[in-house]
Design a protein around this ligand. Sequence first.
Ligand SMILES: Cc1cc2nc3c(=O)[nH]c(=O)nc-3n(C[C@H](O)[C@H](O)[C@H](O)COP(=O)(O)OP(=O)(O)OC[C@H]3O[C@@H](n4cnc5c(N)ncnc54)[C@H](O)[C@@H]3O)c2cc1C
Length: 478
Amino acid sequence: MTAIAFPAPDAGILARRDAIVAGLAALLPAESLVESSDERRVFETDGLTAYRRQPLAVALPSTTEQAAAVMKYCHDNGVPVVARGAGTSLSGGAIPQEDAVVIGLGKMSRILSIDYANRVARVQAGVTNLAITGAVAADGFFYAPDPSSQLACTIGGNIGMNSGGAHCLKYGVTTNNVLGATVVLNDGTVVEIGGDHLDSEGYDLLGLMHGSEGQLGLITEATVRILRAAEGARPVLFGFDTSEEAGAATAAIIASGIIPVAIEFMDKPAIDICEAYAKAGYPLDVAALLIVEVEGSDEEMDAQLRKIVAIAKQHGVKVVKESQSAMEAALIWKGRKSAFGATGRIADYICMDGTIPTGQLPLVLRRMDEIVKRHGLRVANVFHAGDGNLHPLILYNCNDPVEQAKAEEAGNEILKLCVDVGGCLTGEHGVGIEKRDLMTHQFNKVDLDQQMRARAAFDPGWLLNPAKVFPLEGRVSG
Ligand SMILES: Cc1cc2nc3c(=O)[nH]c(=O)nc-3n(C[C@H](O)[C@H](O)[C@H](O)COP(=O)(O)OP(=O)(O)OC[C@H]3O[C@@H](n4cnc5c(N)ncnc54)[C@H](O)[C@@H]3O)c2cc1C
């Protein structure tokens, strides 16, 4: 039994499956169409593994032209489409429905050009996030947004979810680092939005694409900013006796006007889980840990750290440990970035993604603990504290439907708490199906209807990833 409803599949589309597969086969090379049941299973879920649906078929275009032909065919035949990058969405954004064709961007993974003079790179949408930095690192550049899934997740998925990461405190999230995109619209029309410069004229359609979760069009290429890497970077560990102290120290650092590159938080369960996996040198005798990274020249880093240490001391810091070598620094980040995978070694989990004003951190950390305990569950907290972007990992057993329901209920209560203290449901993982039915807690009907009208300008027939983002009841088509 699962709590989140999918729309009932359209029986007419299911009955026409053979004809639809034949229609798609005429548009694609044989190896670019996945239609056997066994192979379609690969695409039935994403990072929200408690939910799964097998799609009607999967198209894997190699070019924008092929993608456009598939989009047009689905539009003309009234078939829903779900765009898919690497399928790492934690909110169920890429989970298909049974009457939908998945368009996977996995074959479109090339870096097309790198322009150091103008600090941009042109990439296909299926390129992985880390591959962009990989292509420019030797020349001293990097692509800034760094989701912990960056080894696998794609730039198309990053735009779809407006993804963030540990270093987005200083550099902004995906929308701040993408300049242009090629987008295939619902009916197969190909449009260019943005460009290779900041701030294009006219409506900010590129901004609208960010976080649109595959509902406005299929991104096939993007122009991204690449930045010059700093002279040096130093992650420092700050251990505290309570989560509230760590939360208060974070709020005070931000309030003081200092913007480190990253401020990441881990509570005791998360410290233990990550240390057991990564042997990162995290202190085990503290209840909460902040990883604060500063960057620049040695003098700049020393100056920033002096101020940060002074603030941490005012909030009772117990351990301050600077990384002494590049290897130690890499291990500190390995531990943090492996947190979700390391947690998966000991339990199933759902990962919440609410964002709050940083000043509310101490209160919200206390209330989250109460909520999870009331449901008889355990939680490990590891999150982007500097942005106020929380990631409580609620541990449960996915083979126990009662426990799954409790975990989802606890998660819903936490997200509502985030909204109630002035925050929002999602900082970077998107709405997907997971938070779809909570959107009415964040927005009133007038506001939601207006968002749906904007969506309808791109997809009046609700064919693009229709099960997601907006509650199934009360949908507006124009
Ligand atoms: C271990 C782990 C750690 C993670 N850490 C982070 C983190 O630190 N920060 C963060 O923000 N997220 C994180 N995530 C979530 C996830 O990785 C991001 O949401 C990521 O951007 C998804 O990329 P993807 O290529 O896997 O996209 P998918 O999961 O395949 O798709 C995501 C959404 O984008 C849409 N989409 C995909 N490609 C396109 C396209 N070409 N055109 C239009 N729409 C498209 C899909 O329809 C879907 O709605 C993590 C996930 C995991 C499993």
